[in-house]
Write a protein that binds this ligand. Structure first.
Ligand code: AGP
Length: 621
């Protein structure tokens, strides 16, 4: 969590820093701050509790000089881990002598012992954060070595401090006495260098560079970068200078604005037909009636030897993995297990060597998923990624992978990346199935179903007004159940997660058949049950569960298939969607659930894109 930005150039950095921090607010938004080095070798630090708007207000009213002016700066938006979200605990943190300012994303696990050592040397701490110790440590080494004059020597000092740290960091450091230099470092938290013309940038997320530069270097772990307005040097902490070629980024500023929608979440919901087209583009192979992937880096022979698939993920990505479990087991007949990454990383599951791992993630930076992937790789398993953010840690560390190509997802609540993940899972199931028992005719049938998907999603989006009315009707309820069977069961889990995370309503997703084993006790007239009940081989069973709810006075909202006459008779409210193949239903039926969560949250006056206590990318354990 947390977002960091840095600038070295010929312009006042304030505009870039504030704009970048606004775009990074999805990574954490409880407090924020900037440091700007002015011409007179002063570090101007401005920090605020709350959102970037509060910081921007302070920057506008900054006295006595007016807006701080300079040519280098760093900024941070925080998701608190150590210490309350106060202005004092906000970053940048400065050293005891005011010579160093640091912004940090990650967690320093041994900060207590560093604090103790530095306190013994007479250094006083002002905050409860782990980051403050980094600023003091760098300043301490700087003071110890008075010979430091050049950027290269500064880099040596930062490197020395980094060798003392255990944990994770994306860092940007500014120095009072060395104008024009910013140093960045990465271990475990993302850091990207943007190479401009007469100006250079650091950021946690390349999308903040849209409109500034499209040339980037994604730092790898243990790399340190020194940048000035017109130069940079990349080092490995232990191995000296690194020569890395610059990548050209394909990011359009329009992708990162709201495009006329009230919230990013609504924009991203409506982007789904296009996101799904992008997930499938170039991946359907008609001639062989299969799917194809460019980056899996694994041969058909090796895949035929796979006896078990293990998927690991968190949150929404875990739900998409469950959809994948149903799809792959049905189409490819390979056993699939889905494990929370936070559990897998500390478990020691007995696995055979013919197990293939998939780490499933939107951001590619989720700490638990990164750790689970590394642990499985350490144990010698082949590890793949299904990921949205290009060049993210998981995408780079996996042996091969599939990108979603869903474009930036800014809203904290995942929407288009869930449906894109489920689509990629279906393609994978087709590909693996066609390597095994699935015949040509069935392969073609599945391709035909997949091709209908963007159109079906467009139809599902047309339920927006009807869903909004249902949302208004039930927005005051404090508890919801989401129930479904088979392929749609993970979509019910996802529907409940979406509602609870953005509207703060208690919601549970259950397999409909499991509801009578406990959750039925929750049913009363104020607890709506949302049923995903499309035409399928389990519809009769789902209808029985609906009757059980109705018999106990609970309101029922049913998502049904157009033309179904029986199910709507039981429900208080109905949303009808076009008929679709069972393995694609969780994608289509998830759309009204996303819209329901969205409209309920708006109705309740919640901050849809930045729900309380959450962050988009969870880079802590
Ligand atoms: C859901 O809306 C959340 N964004 C959250 O559950 C998320 O899916 C989870 O933190 C995993 O993130 P990832 O896909 O980036 O790894």
């Amino acid at each position: 969590m947390c977002g960091i930005v840095g600038y070295a150039g010929t312009q006042n950095p304030v505009d870039f820093l504030l704009r970048g921090l606004r775009m990074l607010e999805y990574r954490g938004y409880d407090s924020a701050g900037i440091a700007v080095q002015d011409d007179a070798k002063n570090l101007r630090i401005i920090k605020a509790a709350g959102r970037i708007d509060a910081l921007a207000q302070l920057v506008r009213n900054y006295q006595p000089q007016g807006q701080p002016k300079g040519y280098t700066g760093i900024g941070h938006t925080r998701w608190a881990t150590h210490g309350l979200p106060t202005a004092e605990n906000a970053h940048p943190h400065t050293s005891y002598d005011g010579a160093v300012a640091v912004v940090h994303n990650g967690v320093i696990e041994n900060y207590q012992s560093i604090r103790t050592t530095l306190k013994q040397k007479g250094i006083e701490f002002k905050t409860q954060t782990d980051t403050e110790s980094i600023a003091h440590l760098i300043a301490y080494y700087l003071q110890e070595d008075k010979s430091v004059r050049t950027a290269d020597e500064l880099h040596r000092i930062v490197r020395l401090a980094l060798t003392q740290l255990q944990g994770t960091y994306g860092l940007a450091v500014l120095f009072r006495d060395f104008p024009g230099i910013v140093i960045g470092a990465k271990l475990g938290s993302p850091l990207i260098f943007g190479c401009g013309s007469g100006e250079n940038f650091l950021t946690s997320d390349a999308s903040t560079l849209a409109g500034y530069t499209d040339k980037i270097i994604t730092l790898a772990d243990h790399e340190i970068i020194e940048m000035t307005a017109d130069d940079y040097t990349l080092h490995h902490r232990d191995e000296g200078i690194v020569n890395r070629s610059i990548e050209v980024l394909d990011i359009d500023a329009a992708q990162t604005d709201k495009g006329g929608f009230a919230h990013y979440m609504l924009k991203e919901i409506f982007e789904q037909p296009e996101a799904i087209r992008n997930a499938m583009r170039g991946r359907l192979d008609y001639d062989s009636a299969t799917a194809k992937f460019g980056g899996l880096n694994i041969t058909a022979q090796q895949l035929l030897a796979v006896r078990r698939i293990l998927m690991t993920a968190c949150g929404t990505s875990w739900h998409a993995s469950l959809v994948g479990e149903y799809q792959i087991e049905m189409l490819a007949r390979i056993p699939v297990e889905v494990e929370y990454a936070s559990e897998l990383r500390y478990r020691n599951p007995p696995l055979d060597q013919d197990t293939l791992l998939f780490a499933v993630t939107q951001s590619g930076e989720t700490a638990d998923t990164v750790a689970a992937l590394r642990e499985m790789k350490r144990r010698g398993y082949t590890a793949m990624s299904i990921c949205n953010v290009i060049g993210s840690s998981i995408a780079r560390e996996a042996d091969g992978g599939i990108y979603l190509h869903a474009g930036p997802e800014i809203s904290v609540a995942s929407t288009k990346t869930f449906t894109s993940q489920c689509t990629v899972m279906a393609l994978l199931a087709l590909y693996l199935g066609r390597l095994r028992h699935l015949n040509f005719e069935n392969g073609r049938r599945i391709i035909a179903e997949l091709e209908r998907l963007p159109g079906l999603i467009e139809a599902a989006l047309q339920t927006n007004d009807a869903v909004k009315k249902i949302a208004q009707k039930y927005a005051a309820c404090e508890s919801f159940l989401f129930l479904a069977r088979q392929f749609n069961f993970p979509a019910a889990l996802e529907g409940a997660l979406k509602l609870k995370e953005i509207s703060y309503i208690h919601a549970e997703g259950y397999a409909a058949g499991e509801m009578k084993h406990g959750p039925i006790a929750l049913i009363d007239k104020n607890t709506p049950s949302i049923f995903i009940a499309p035409k399928s081989y389990v519809l009769d069973k789902t209808i029985s569960n609906m009757q059980e709810i109705k018999a106990r006075g609970g309101p029922v909202v049913a998502l049904t298939t157009e033309g179904d006459k029986e199910t709507p008779e039981l429900a208080d409210d109905v949303i009808a969607l076009p008929e679709a193949a069972d393995f694609l239903q969780p994608i289509i039926y998830n759309i009204p659930l996303q819209l329901l969560a969205y409209h309920v949250a708006v109705e309740r006056g919640c901050d849809v894109d930045r729900p309380r206590n959450l962050a988009k990318s969870v880079t802590v354990e």
